[in-house]
Ligand binder design. Structure first.
Ligand code: NAD
Length: 375
């Protein structure tokens, strides 16, 4: 969103929904900010696929959803299907394996499949769910490369279903507050963004350190938050990227699995971003946005919360709730009501990040600046 008008922001938000957005007050600023929870309307019936760590978090958070509920489960482990089925009251005929889940097309009690499997499986799982006539929410990174991502978008379009990417930060209140301030012009002309995304990864045998299943290393898993964040915080699409890779442990971080990457993005306005992605540096979870009239900071910026924000004016103290509760209620409104989110979460949005990450890897490999054409 490029306009500087708060009124436009509100108009767009209100026009985008048939339900009533909730208004929350920022304690420190005394301002009213828009948190876009839609709590009225039909319920989104969700089949969770891949019952691992993140699916557990989503499932717990969904217990507080007003507009989304778990009505299906897909897993390769029968014991998990039984345990989760009992816990979340999903009947046996709505529990599937990876082999037989195409028959989900006959299940009228499921609207959407939420793909939460390892990265390399997103492509196949998304396309099969779409062919079964179900909407798809796919976890980040949406795909391993641009070709895969485009095929996923095309398959969903052909099947007439929606494709969303599980970008939970796109609904996070402090983040949206900063975007609103930026669009009002309170930060002035945006000149710089810094994104720090990383942690020290443990168990060397996990799929995240296996190129075939992960598709990369830190960048596609955690650095993607800075890639994506640079775009929504600056409010423009980057036109070039440069990048440098550092590897200190070639046994843990094998070929094609990046340990640490620094990358820089250039935007049409002249703004630049400087970002760090790492699997071997702790405490990296910070966004900083600078304009010629002020600044905004999120620190932590992308953890499960509470997210903390401050600006040149004051601290942001937006209410904290489980991010995945908000995300799934919002996604219900996007899928069922046709609501337009403030920051897009569709397949095209996911593909833009995949394009940038491909260019970052290319820049690391060649040492050359890469031009980007995202629009
Ligand atoms: P996980 O390993 O805990 O869970 C993955 C699940 O996929 C497991 O239940 C596993 O059994 C299943 N699976 C199916 N086929 C598999 C195969 N061939 N190999 C390995 N596992 C297989 O991983 P996770 O942390 O839940 O991550 C899953 C996805 O969710 C990833 O794409 C990740 O990037 C994404 N994620 C997103 C967020 C977020 O905040 N949006 C957070 C964590 C993970």
């Amino acid at each position: 969103m490029t306009t500087n008008s708060r009124r436009y922001f509100l108009q767009r938000l209100l026009a985008s929904s048939v339900t009533i957005p909730f208004l929350y007050s920022s304690v420190a600023s005394g301002k009213t900010s828009v948190l876009t929870a839609n709590q009225q309307g039909p319920t989104l019936r969700v089949a969770l696929m891949g019952l691992g760590d993140y699916a557990s978090r989503v499932a717990e958070a969904m217990q507080s959803c007003k507009r989304a509920k778990i009505t299906g489960l897909i897993s390769g482990t029968p014991a998990k299907l039984q345990q989760w089925g009992e816990k979340y009251q999903v009947p046996e005929d709505s529990r599937y394996s990876y082999e037989n889940f195409d028959s989900i097309r006959d299940n009228s009690n499921i609207d959407v499949v939420y793909v939460i499997t390892p990265n390399a499986l997103h492509h196949e799982h998304t396309i099969r769910a779409a062919k079964a006539g179900k909407h798809v929410i796919c976890e980040k990174p949406m795909a391993l490369d641009v070709k895969e991502g485009q095929e996923m978008i095309d398959a969903c379009a052909q099947a007439g279903v929606k494709l969303l990417v599980g970008y939970r930060m796109h609904f996070e209140p402090n983040t949206l507050e900063i975007i609103q301030m930026r669009d009002k012009g309170e930060l002035g002309k945006i000149t710089f963004f810094q994104g720090l995304s990383g942690f020290r990864i443990g168990d060397p045998s996990q799929w995240r350190l296996n190129k075939a299943l992960a598709g990369g290393g830190s960048l596609v898993d955690i650095g993607i938050y800075s890639v994506n964040g640079a775009r929504y915080m600056v409010g423009e699409e980057p036109i070039w990227v440069t990048a440098q890779e550092t590897k200190t442990d070639t046994i843990k971080f094998k070929d094609g699995v990046d340990e640490t990457i620094q990358f820089q993005l250039g935007f049409p306005s002249g703004a630049v971003a400087s970002c760090l992605s790492s699997y071997n540096i702790d405490h990296l979870d910070r966004f900083f946005l600078s304009g010629d009239k002020g600044f905004a900071e999120l620190h932590p910026a992308n953890g499960y919360g509470p997210i903390k924000g401050r600006t040149h004016k004051n601290e942001l103290r937006m209410p904290h709730g489980a991010q995945q509760t908000l995300q799934m209620d919002e996604m219900a409104a996007i899928i069922l009501d046709g609501k337009q989110p403030i920051i897009p979460v569709d397949g095209i949005e996911g593909l833009k990040d995949v394009k940038i990450m491909e260019a970052i890897y290319q820049a690391c490999a060649t040492g050359q600046k890469q031009e980007l054409k995202l629009l």
